[in-house]
Design a protein. Structure first.
Length: 511
């Protein structure tokens, strides 16, 4: 297939997709569910889940909303070469490098990995959860999967790339390391009472049965009928119109793909104890959605309480993850969210100490996301040896010290109603669940006084600075608001209870 044929087939598919799933320019808003922007990539999924489906229970939603801060760990074969953003550089590699890359697992031996040491870092950093990549798009399983890959690409075959038969798990158990990393992490997390979020990529670039879904390195003559218009466009831009074309998958291959996909997810929810969240990623498209829906129903049966990320399953999901950008205002969806944002350049290992964003960046983004009703997951990947960069550890633990002082205004809080989450650029507000207290968090030091226009203390109550025993004098004026004074001693940074941001606790009229 040449470039013109590939692009032409894409246009035809886009037109067909619009006729099958008429959007009239926009997906209708939903009263309960994800924001429209989160649903526009999967218009083939029914907006109202089928009657047999039940979301995670209210207790899981409540626990999710209480966590507020965690870490997202990307670690896999890509950590050996470290050429950039996780698996994605694979799509730009030469055919020779792709073949070498797919054999790197034979050298995987992260001697520095220590699950309990990781959990100690997370605990000291004030993190309540971690997300870990059990399998990224590259297809390498970081756990002891009993499933088998039966087809893979031979990128350097005589006459050009072709699909060849194989029989391997393509997992951590076929490496010199031979230890189930997911099990060790889950066991360590359960001991520390740190919640577990297991990431799992729907597509698989190693298993050729998964062609051509999303931006797969193997495309087929009828790719346009498999992909959504968005993924077709991404594929065209990724390959410049010159993808590697192999035969269409047979019905048997597609059935085997979905069976292996389901079996791996069942393993993750069967072999590792209670899993709090399952972080699904990307999309598989309309052709296999009915089978994917059956998989989601099975997962609900196995662990009814698990929170599912919405990627690829629409309103069957429970939470979503704005990426590399904090929402500009409080989110209106009734679905909870965590902002995922790399501490370094990408979500995988960052070798340059100077490219880690800093403790102040972590603290200010925790404050901003929590005030808006969400939470923050910082992306920090370990090296190929399984060790986090010392600078990343320093910044994370420093944020943990801040949370020891200010955690009352962060953990298990809720956003205030309406626009009460902010006053200008430097004040963010949260409230206690019982609405008794408001926490006004100042991201710049106010000097000797500050006036809060949306916060009114109850008569006779006190205003305090978290981490300090000081009671701060205040006055309320119906025209101006509440003015709070700071004593001279606090004008010196060394006398303040923390750095980066300061939290006022106010017993207030909150409705």
């Amino acid at each position: 297939m040449n470039r013109r044929q590939f692009l032409g087939s894409g246009l035809a598919a886009s037109v067909a997709a619009v006729s099958r799933y008429p959007l009239t320019g926009k997906i209708p808003s939903v009263a309960h569910g994800f924001p429209v922007s989160e649903l526009e990539h999967d218009p083939y999924i029914e907006r109202q889940p089928i009657a047999d489906y039940h979301s995670a229970p209210a207790s899981s939603y409540e626990a999710f909303r209480d966590m507020k801060f965690g870490i997202r760990i990307h670690w896999g074969i890509y950590s050996i070469w470290h050429r950039g953003a996780e698996s994605w550089p694979f799509l730009e590699m030469s055919l020779e490098d792709r073949q070498r890359y797919n054999g790197l697992y034979k050298t995987w031996n992260p001697a520095g990995f220590d699950a309990e040491a990781w959990m100690n870092i997370f605990h000291d950093s004030g993190m309540k959860m971690f997300a870990f990549t059990t399998k990224h798009h590259e297809g390498f399983s970081m756990f002891d999967t009993r499933t088998r890959v039966k087809n893979r690409a031979n990128w350097t075959a005589s006459g050009g790339p072709r699909i060849q038969s194989c029989d391997l798990a393509y997992s951590i158990m076929e490496t010199p390391f031979r230890r189930d990393i997911v099990k060790e992490l889950c066991d360590a997390a359960h001991k520390k009472d740190i919640k577990i979020d297991l990431y799992f990529s729907h597509p698989d670039w190693y298993d050729a049965d998964f062609r051509p879904y999303v931006v797969h390195p193997l495309q087929v003559p009828s790719s346009a009928t498999y992909l959504t218009a968005r993924d077709l466009d991404r594929t065209q831009r990724t390959y410049g119109g010159n993808p590697v074309i192999v035969p269409d998958p047979t019905e048997a291959e597609t059935a085997r793909m979905m069976a292996r996909h389901r079996a791996q997810l069942i393993e993750l929810l069967t072999n590792y104890g209670t899993i709090d969240m399952l972080c699904l990623d990307t999309w598989l498209g309309p052709r296999v959605w009915p089978e994917l829906r059956k998989t989601i129903l099975k997962l609900r049966e196995l662990q009814p309480q698990v929170m599912l990320r919405d990627r690829g399953i629409g309103n069957y999901g429970d939470y979503y993850t704005p990426e590399r950008a904090v929402p500009a205002a409080a989110e209106v969806s009734d679905k909870p969210w965590f902002c995922i944002y790399p501490l370094g350049t990408n979500f995988s290992y960052e070798p340059d100490a100077g490219k880690h964003k800093g403790t102040e960046w972590i603290v200010h983004n925790i404050v901003d996301t929590v005030a808006k009703g969400g939470g923050l997951m910082i992306g920090v990947g370990p090296s190929a040896q399984g060790e986090f960069h010392p600078e990343a550890v320093r910044q994370m633990k420093d944020a943990g010290e801040w949370l020891k002082v200010n955690g009352e205004g962060i953990y298990a809080t809720r956003p205030r109603d309406g626009t009460g989450w902010a006053e200008g650029d430097s004040v963010r507000c949260t409230r206690s669940k019982d609405r008794r207290f408001v926490y006004a968090i100042l991201t710049t030091w106010p000097g000797t006084r500050i006036t809060l226009h949306s916060v009114r203390p109850k008569p006779g109550s006190s205003v305090s600075l978290l981490g300090s025993r000081m009671v701060l004098p205040w006055q309320f004026d119906s025209d101006r608001g509440t003015t709070i004074a700071f004593p001279e001693s606090l004008q010196q940074l060394a006398n303040r209870p923390c750095q980066y941001a300061w939290s006022l606790k106010v017993e207030a009229y909150e409705g």
